[in-house]
Design a protein around this ligand. Structure first.
Ligand code: FES
Length: 132
């Protein structure tokens, strides 16, 4: 891949991030600020974050649609349980090629079930993902 293509790719992937979040009670807690990117003095937001915690067997991908709308998706393929990878607005499974959209809906088989989704609430600049 040429240097130019790579830098364009990195630019478009500048919205990616992985973080480790705390669990409080049965909630995974992520500060809203974890989505913020400061660019040219303007607040911008990452499209998604991949969130991990040692108590989680698989990471959770949180997509941000706007300040009040997020989806929290368990990154475990519903076909045979492999870990998914995020590519922009979709999650893909390297095992047999299933794909899911950013709301966890199956887009490509062999998986037939949507991803597990967790309820999300936003309070005091914190995103709470209910794992209960
Ligand atoms: S385990 Fe994901 S497609 Fe088979």
């Amino acid at each position: 891949m040429s240097g130019i293509a790579l830098s364009v790719l990195l630019e478009s992937c500048g919205v990616t991030d992985h973080i480790t979040a705390q669990i409080s009670g049965s909630d995974l807690i992520i500060p809203v600020s974890a989505f913020q990117i400061k660019k040219n003095n303007r607040a911008q937001f990452k499209k998604y974050l991949v969130v991990q915690n040692e108590k989680l067997q698989f990471p959770i991908c949180i997509y941000r649609f706007d300040e009040n709308n997020y989806s929290a998706l368990y990154m475990r393929c519903t076909h045979q349980g492999a870990e998914l990878q995020v590519f922009g607005d979709k999650l893909q499974c390297a095992a047999h090629g299933s794909e899911f959209n950013n709301k966890g809906e199956v887009m490509n088989d062999p998986a037939t079930e949507n991803l597990r989704k967790f309820p999300v609430t936003i309070l005091n600049d914190q995103i709470k993902i209910s794992l209960a």
